[in-house]
Design a protein around this ligand. Structure first.
Ligand code: ADP
Ligand code: MG
Length: 355
């Protein structure tokens, strides 16, 4: 067979190939309601109740850099990114299995720090860390977490289900995580330059970044929006579709529209950009809107809801209406502050294999 580079088909092209191979296994388990293609797999153990399952891997130098990431925060974040996928199904997390591959340079105290962060986050979300696996690593640290959650049949929410005329909503603010990451990367470069030139690194890391600590916190310590899921449950409101924003608003909206067979129109002036992000973008000569649209790692929830149902959550200041679902033929569009429309599909999110 001729050699075919993975970069030629990209991350999602590769997942499609995998899905085609494993598809026959899905039919052997009738209780499996959904497999590859949503934020979680869905399994029905008994009538009325559903289990949702997700897994996420964090790899040194791909997802994090230990020069700029305290291990406690990394532990917490590794739990949060999984909880975020559970929340995207409108479900609540129950327990997690944690696997780690540890490089030989690590000490016992470093692993304890990592797990203190995980344990702290687990308590905050009300989930148990119930097991895992431990290995050595010849390269960097690898953290792989699988998580199980629960949701009633009435509350389960898929990526599909959006309908023309419905509102598109997003929780919290966007772009802050990308802004925080860019700042940390700049600081790292400065630090490495000092080390290379044999100069003392006099500029205090924390002092320099203090005014932007909120953006950095968004990157290093993102919190999954379990509060929004609890709000929806308490008000008996089910969005018609939902996804979490791990790769950026634009690619996640594309996932919802592809699965729902719809289009969408969102408005630039309604996108809730994280407050410090514009200033940081100016300072780094970058673009805050681009960070909000495809910066990723904000871990907010993006959902669609009928205008009638929206009235039940309209009082919540953490939820912004950014546009409307349209017919598929109208495509995915962003209307900018001048009223011009831009094709959102031209904006790509993070792909592990694109060059
Ligand atoms: P998310 O960003 O929500 O974690 P991904 O983009 O990682 O979702 O994955 C999209 C879908 O593909 C999910 O349903 C996930 O379970 C599935 N998937 C991703 N990688 C693999 C794989 N290596 N094998 C099987 N399924 C996968
Ligand atoms: Mg997700």
């Amino acid at each position: 067979m001729p050699y075919k580079a993975i970069s030629g088909i990209g991350e999602f092209g590769l997942i499609d190939k995998i899905a085609a191979i494993v598809e026959p296994t899905l039919y052997t388990v009738p209780q499996l309601m959904a497999g590859i293609g949503d934020d979680c797999a869905v399994y029905q153990p008994s009538e009325g109740l559903l289990q949702v399952a997700t897994t996420d891997m964090l790899v040194d130098q791909i997802h994090f850099d230990l020069l700029t990431t305290p291990l406690k925060l990394l532990g917490s974040k590794s739990i949060s990114v999984n909880v975020s996928d559970i929340c995207a199904m409108n479900a609540l997390p129950r327990y997690a299995l944690v696997s780690i591959a540890i490089p030989s340079s690590f000490s016992v105290a470093m692993i304890e720090e990592l797990y203190e962060g995980m344990s702290y986050a687990a308590k905050e979300y009300g989930l148990a860390i119930a097991g895992g696996d431990t290995s050595s690593s010849r390269s960097g640290l690898v953290i792989s977490i699988s998580m199980i959650g629960e949701v009633s049949c009435e509350q389960l929410t898929h990526r599909s289900g959006a309908k023309p005329g419905e509102l598109i909503c997003v929780s919290g603010t966007l772009g802050g995580s990308a802004a925080g990451l860019k700042l940390l990367m700049r600081e790292k470069e400065i630090m490495l330059e000092h080390i290379e030139n044999n100069e003392p690194y006099t500029k205090s890391f924390m002092a320099d970044l203090k005014e932007y600590s909120d953006a950095i916190q968004h990157h290093l310590l993102p919190l999954a929006r379990i509060d929004i899921v609890r709000l929806l449950h308490s008000r008996h409101i089910r969005p018609s579709s939902m996804i979490d924003i791990s790769d950026g608003l634009s690619p996640e909206l594309q996932h919802i529209c592809r699965r729902s067979k719809t289009g969408a129109l969102i408005h630039e002036n309604r996108i809730p950009i994280h407050p410090a992000t514009r200033q940081i973008a100016d300072e780094l000569q970058d673009d805050a809107l681009t960070w909000a649209l495809n910066g990723g790692e904000d871990y907010q929830l993006l959902f669609t809801i009928s205008k009638e149902e929206y009235k039940g959550i309209a009082d919540n200041k953490e939820i912004s209406v950014i546009g409307e679902i349209t017919d598929m033929e109208e495509g995915l569009r962003l209307s900018d502050i001048y009223g011009m429309t831009i094709d959102l599909t031209s904006i790509k999110g993070f792909d592990h294999f694109s060059s």
